[in-house]
Design a protein around this ligand. Structure first.
Ligand code: ZN
Length: 297
């Protein structure tokens, strides 16, 4: 079972996937139980409450108009009541965006205490997310939605499948999106390549490759590497997507497909960032050149 942070659990771990989490609780000081029904002369036993740390503010995606980005979320006091963690139980936690104070998330977590502790002596808990509202996990960043375009709906379904741990489903949806949006992806690359000279061969290869229906077959035809500015950690993103997609479905377990689906999504998101910043850099550069040219007149 993999160990994740509490933030990763909320943001990125699919439903019904047990993981180990520690260090998200804070112990309140020992409290004296007070009750209006306490009989005279009886001193109730003090008890220690445990709650999810309120100072722990997870970074989650906020889709409100004002935010449209990852922001910090704070736990709503109603869900901050003490948790009884002696046995396996489902707990509801609600979080609200600290920035717009509008968007909120609800999580249902099945928590099982474990006997072991982490390096800092915090108890490790086995937790699985058994419910989430709104149901999608990571939202599509604005820049990536440009590449995903009209296939937004299919991509969303892929994301839901991924969030629920359905690897074959997620992989199939993402592959469909990339096959369908292949021309759009290639066109965006061509736009960047057209900003500088010397890319004629690659532009021609990309244009020719559009004739293929499948993304992998199209990438097979491209022999020239993408410029360094579009690479992700030194790797050609088209080749990375190619590798993940050409793995296919048949020889792999659902877990392996889930991993591939996750990688496809991340590479696509990163690639859209690269394309966007390459275009923006150029726009900034040309406006600077224009400004200087005007001054020179
Ligand atoms: Zn917000």
């Amino acid at each position: 079972m993999s160990q994740v942070t509490f933030n990763q659990l909320l943001d990125d771990v699919p439903l019904y996937t047990p993981v180990e989490v520690s260090g998200f609780l804070c112990d309140d000081t020992v409290k004296q139980q007070t009750s209006s029904f306490t009989p005279a002369g009886y001193t109730p036993a003090p008890f220690k409450t445990t709650r999810v740390s309120g100072t722990l503010k997870p970074s989650l995606y906020c889709g409100s108009d004002g935010c449209n980005n990852y922001t910090y979320f704070e736990i709503l006091t109603t869900s901050e009541q003490h948790l009884i963690l002696a046995n396996t139980a489902i707990h509801r936690l609600a979080y609200r965006c600290c920035n717009c104070e509008q968007k909120s998330y609800e999580f249902y977590l099945e928590i099982t205490p474990s006997v072991s502790g982490d390096a800092d002596n915090n108890t490790i808990f086995k937790i699985q997310k058994v419910g989430q509202q709104p149901r999608h996990g990571k939202a599509i960043p604005k820049k990536a939605s440009k590449l995903i375009g009209k296939e937004r709906n299919l991509f969303f379904k892929g994301s839901i499948s991924e969030n629920q741990g359905m690897g074959i489903g997620a992989f199939s949806y993402y592959r469909r999106v990339i096959d369908s949006q292949k021309d759009k992806i290639f066109d965006e690359i061509i736009k960047v390549l057209n900003l500088t000279t010397g890319n004629e061969v690659l532009i021609q290869e990309l244009t020719d490759a559009k004739a293929e229906t499948q993304f992998t077959k199209a990438v097979d035809k491209i022999k020239t590497a993408l410029p360094d500015g579009l690479k992700i950690s030194g790797y050609d993103p088209l080749k990375l997507l190619y590798q993940a997609l050409s793995e296919g479905l048949h020889n792999h377990t659902d877990e392996e497909c889930l991993e591939n689906a996750h990688d496809i999504k991340l590479v696509l998101f990163q690639f859209s960032e690269r394309l966007d910043s390459a275009l923006k850099d150029d726009a900034e550069l040309s406006s600077a050149i224009n400004r200087l040219a005007r001054k020179g007149k």
